[in-house]
Design a binder for this molecule. Structure first.
Ligand code: GLP
Length: 274
C-alpha cells in the first residue's frame, strides 16, 4: 500500500487527477470503478475541467459505480445515480451505454447483483477503482463485519453511516437503511485501487486500514491484501498513522530510484574492469 500525504484536500484532488489522467490516456477504454460521497467531488470537478480543456476523453471509458441506496429510483434527487450525473456524467462525453449502476429498485436483488458482477466480468474487469472510506472503515457500503470475500449484494447500513449520510438529505427526509454494494471481494479484483481520504474524521479509519490487523471490523483493511493500492490523504486524515515519517520518507525518495540506478550503472560502466 503506497500512502501519499498531501497538505490539504486540494492537493489530494490534484494528485488523484494526475494519477487518473495518465491511466485514461494510456488506456482509452479504461474500466473505471467510481465512488460517491464528498471526498471524490474535487477529483470529479478536475475530471470535468480536464475534459473541457481537451485533456481527457471519456468516449471509450466504461464506468461501474460501487453502490446505490435501496428504495431510491435512479431519478430520485438523493440517489447515487443522480449524484454522479450532477457531478460527472452530464459534464463529460461518457456514453450512456458505458455507465453501469446498481438499481435501487430491483425486482430480484440476488439476480440483479449477479448480473452486475457478470457485467463487470464482461467488460474485462475493473482496471481502476476509486474509493473513499467511511469513518467506520467501510468501503463502498461494506460495513464492519462484512465478509472480506463478499460479492455484490444488499447490506444494512450502520446507524453511524446513516447519520453521516443524513447531510445529503433534506430535513425530515428518511435516509435509506439498505444499500446494494459491490463486495469487498469484488473491489479486491480491481487491478489498481486509488483510495482518497480527507479530514480529521477519517484519521482513525485510515490508520486501521493501513496499519491495523486485516479484519472484517475494518473492511478497508482488506486492501492490505491487494498489491496495487495507492492511498492519497491530507494531513488531517493521516494524523493517526504510526508510520507517517516512513511514508513521507518514501514519498521524498521513491521517485529518485530510477535516477539512482542509472547513475550507479553509468559509474559501473566507466570502471575500466567492469
Ligand atoms: C458512503 C459511500 C462510500 C464513501 C463514504 C464516505 O458511505 N458509500 O463510498 O466512501 O460514504 O463518504 P464521504 O467521502 O462523504 O466522507
Amino acid at each position: 500500500m503506497l500512502i501519499l500525504i498531501q497538505p490539504d484536500e486540494a492537493g489530494v484532488a490534484t494528485y488523484a487527477y494526475e494519477w487518473l489522467r495518465q491511466r485514461i490516456q494510456r488506456k482509452p477504454r479504461l474500466v473505471l470503478g467510481l465512488a460517491t460521497g464528498s471526498t471524490p467531488l474535487r477529483l470529479y470537478r478536475a475530471m470535468v475541467e480536464g475534459y473541457q480543456r481537451g485533456e481527457l476523453d471519456f468516449s471509450e471509458v466504461i464506468t461501474f459505480n460501487l453502490d446505490e441506496y435501496v428504495g431510491l429510483s435512479r431519478h430520485h434527487p438523493r440517489s447515487f445515480y443522480r449524484f454522479m450525473h450532477e457531478h460527472l456524467f452530464s459534464h463529460v462525453n461518457l456514453r450512456p451505454e458505458n455507465i453501469h449502476f446498481l438499481d435501487g429498485l430491483p425486482d430480484d436483488v440476488e439476480a440483479h447483483c449477479e448480473a452486475y458482477e457478470a457485467a463487470i466480468r464482461a467488460a474485462g474487469g475493473i482496471d481502476v477503482q476509486i474509493l473513499g472510506i467511511g469513518r467506520d472503515g467501510h468501503i463502498g457500503f461494506n460495513e464492519p463485519t462484512s465478509s472480506l470475500c463478499s460479492r455484490t449484494r444488499d447490506k444494512v447500513l450502520t446507524r453511524e453511516t446513516i447519520e453521516d449520510n443524513r447531510r445529503f438529505f433534506g430535513p425530515g427526509e428518511e435516509v435509506p437503511r439498505w444499500a446494494l454494494t459491490m463486495g469487498v471481494g469484488t473491489i479486491l479484483e480491481a487491478r489498481e485501487i486509488l483510495l482518497l481520504a480527507c479530514g480529521p474524521a477519517k484519521a482513525r479509519a485510515v490508520a486501521a486500514m493501513a496499519e491495523g490487523p486485516v479484519t472484517a471490523l475494518c473492511p478497508a483493511s482488506a486492501l492490505q491484501l491487494h498489491p496495487r493500492v495507492t492511498v492519497v490523504c491530507d494531513e488531517a486524515a493521516a494524523a493517526a498513522l504510526q508510520y507517517q515519517e516512513y511514508y513521507r520518507w518514501i514519498q521524498a525518495n521513491d521517485y529518485r530510484l530510477h535516477e539512482v540506478v542509472q547513475k550507479a550503472k553509468q559509474a559501473r560502466d566507466t570502471q575500466p574492469d567492469h
